[in-house]
Design a protein around this ligand. Structure first.
Ligand SMILES: C[S@@+](CC[C@H](N)C(=O)[O-])C[C@H]1O[C@@H](n2cnc3c(N)ncnc32)[C@H](O)[C@@H]1O
Length: 205
């Protein structure tokens, strides 16, 4: 991701965030400015407010949240289409490594009906030409009443990733199939997302 607070950006070959190779290069070179190196507080609060349910984490990266849920006995699947990301996730998941799969979100069929799909830095990893596909796939995977909840990066960016999204664009994408039931300011964001993350909970209608 482009990050004005990180001047030493390696010279990457792959410029296409729609390809796994783009992300592989970044994980291999340990250039992951989006990585929180832990579990966000609003995520843990959300988990604490609910009973165990089926959770899907697309574009999981290092998958800290998957470990958090697996350790608490929640049924969770974390997927990423970058082999290097999956390797990083498996390394830190240890005994729970089986919850991670190498898969493309747009073709993936989870082994359960997700009650909650967790969003963090996945939509903003996708170029705008995939946003409609994202909304359609989310709507297809979630049954009425199920949730798409997590962190959304609000406000357009000149380039990306991260590709920020304007509120009205996000509404246009999701409101046909979802109702927005929570929308909170986020504190404690890492620099690349600071001041522009919202915790949002969208319920499939
Ligand atoms: C910015 S990183 C965020 C990782 C993680 N969610 C986090 O919060 O640290 C975006 C991740 O999405 C993955 N990704 C992008 N497009 C994908 C797709 N179509 N299917 C699965 N994973 C994808 C990338 O490989 C990358 O690991």
């Amino acid at each position: 991701m482009s990050d004005p607070t990180t001047p030493d950006v390696p010279d990457f070959e792959n410029r296409d965030p729609n390809s796994p190779g783009f992300w592989d290069e970044r994980f291999v070179q340990h250039y992951t400015p989006w990585d929180q190196a832990g579990v966000p507080e609003m995520f843990t609060r959300f988990v604490a407010s609910r009973g165990a349910q089926n959770v899907l984490i697309p574009g999981c990266g290092s998958a800290y949240e998957a470990l958090y849920l697996a350790e608490r006995g929640w049924p969770v699947r974390a997927i990423d289409f970058s082999a290097a990301a999956v390797e990083a996730a498996r390394a830190q998941l240890g005994a729970h490594a089986r919850v991670v799969e190498e898969a493309d979100f747009f073709a993936y069929a989870p082994p359960f009906s997700p009650d909650w799909i967790y969003e963090r830095a996945f939509l903003c990893a996708l170029p705008k030409n995939r946003w409609q596909d994202y909304a359609a796939r989310m709507a297809a995977l979630l049954k009425p009443g199920a949730l798409l909840a997590g962190f959304f990066f609000i406000g357009a960016t000149p380039k990306g990733p991260p590709f920020g999204i304007e509120r009205d664009e996000l509404n246009a994408l999701l409101l046909p199939s979802f109702a927005l039931i929570e929308d909170h300011e986020v504190t404690g964001s890492i620099p690349v997302f600071a001041g522009r993350e919202r915790w949002m909970t969208w319920r499939r209608i």
